[in-house]
Design a protein around this ligand. Structure first.
Ligand code: DCP
Ligand code: CA
Ligand code: CA
Length: 365
């Protein structure tokens, strides 16, 4: 039998509002509502749990939120800030698995079956991820652990905020039996009434339908649900595209000649490359230099190292060696490029470098 998957669904708690409160802790115990002004036609994006006690929720008109919660702090959203946080959080996930599928700005599925830390307990991975996000970014999230995406997604909502809910494979049947149908993602306000009209309130009611009935009454959604309530979900993740190389190049203002001018330009490229690598938390093993001459003839030279490179000093060193093997003074040069491939995470690379020092006793040399 194929190996059972272990899927996490991580969902940030009151995401936009939590970020605003993190960045201005004096708001902590106040009802914080992210929306336009209450006298505008805007709607609430989200609010913290204090505001939720007044009945405020996402999608509610701002004026209504103000009626329910006159002392609410109404704040505009800062989308670029939230997207940046989202990218930072994705970096945490990437340390655990390459199989990460984004579910939106504040959530993701992570396949941790064969995770990068070699951990056997998915629950432990969930705990570590939750902790790491809290320590690094001072934000809480809730995590669902299950054998497929749907179960993990529903579970992440069970114990909010800062909760972890684990549904083991042998508990999936029971989980769906008792599951209120409105908890299933994709069943919105419109379709829910149709389910109710057929007397379907819980998973167990839906399970009584044959595949043909599920399809006839509820179309494609019904067919998906038919398999899902039986724990037979398609659970392959669609990973966030992982870059195979990171690079930069520059067409020079004037053609240049000679090692000295090339070194000046290459140093600028090294700075840009290092910034791009840092932004994605990457180290690399292969460095490629590209040279386009004034007659548009183009050459590339590559160098692959045994151990990954993390520091700028090491990049300079590798470039220096690469330049020695590149015929740069034959003709004037119009473009220079540098790219790094054979990428890995910087933490991974640092571990390997540590190993290198111990193994070869390089510190003693
Ligand atoms: N969002 C929005 N408009 C909506 C719903 C959500 O702009 N109608 C935004 C704001 C939320 C973010 O998306 O912070 C994530 O949405 P969630 O549904 O995950 O809700 P929250 O993270 O705010 O709260 P919860 O703690 O319930 O997950
Ligand atoms: Ca959320
Ligand atoms: Ca969400």
């Amino acid at each position: 039998m194929a190996q059972r998957r272990k899927i996490l669904h991580v969902d940030m708690d009151y995401f936009f509002a939590q970020i605003e409160i993190r960045d201005n802790p004096s708001l902590k115990d106040k009802p914080v509502i992210i929306s336009g002004p209450p006298d505008s036609r805007s709607v609430v994006s989200t609010c913290n749990y204090v505001a939720r006690e007044y009945g405020v929720h996402s999608g509610m008109p701002a004026f209504k939120a103000h009626q329910l919660c006159p002392d609410g702090i109404f704040m505009h959203s800062s989308m670029s800030k939230y997207t940046e946080v989202s990218q930072e959080i994705n970096k945490v996930f990437a340390k655990y698995s390459d199989l990460v599928e984004s579910g939106g700005v504040d959530e993701a599925y992570i396949d941790v079956t064969n995770n990068k830390k070699g951990m056997t307990s998915a629950t432990e991975v969930a705990k570590q991820i939750q902790q790491e996000i809290y320590i690094k970014h001072n934000l809480t999230c809730s995590i669902g652990v299950g054998p497929n995406k749907l179960v993990a997604k529903i579970a992440s909502d069970y114990n909010k905020p800062a909760g972890i809910t684990v549904i083991k494979p042998n508990a999936v049947d029971e989980f769906f039996e008792d599951l209120p149908i409105y908890k299933i993602p994709g069943i919105g306000k419109k379709s829910i009434n149709k389910y109710y009209r057929f007397g379907i309130y819980f998973g167990r009611d839906f399970k009584k339908l044959s595949l043909q009935q599920a399809q006839k009454y509820f179309g494609k959604q019904g067919v998906n649900l038919y398999y899902n309530v039986r724990g037979q979900a398609s659970d392959a993740l669609i990973p966030i595209r992982v870059a195979k190389s990171i690079g930069c190049e520059r067409t020079l203002e004037h053609n240049i000649n000679g090692t000295e001018s090339v070194t000046v330009e290459i140093n600028k490229l090294i700075n840009t490359l290092k910034k791009r690598l840092d932004k994605q938390d990457k180290a690399f093993k292969t460095l490629t230099i590209k040279v386009k001459f004034s007659d548009f003839h183009q050459i590339t030279r590559s160098k692959t190292l045994v151990f990954p490179i993390v520091t700028k000093i090491d990049i300079h060193e590798a470039v220096k060696e690469l330049l020695l093997a590149t015929p740069i003074d034959r003709k004037p040069i119009r473009l220079l490029g540098l790219s790094a491939s054979g990428l890995c995470h910087q933490s991974e690379a640092l571990n390997i470098v540590k190993f290198k020092q111990i193994y070869f006793n390089l510190d003693d040399l």
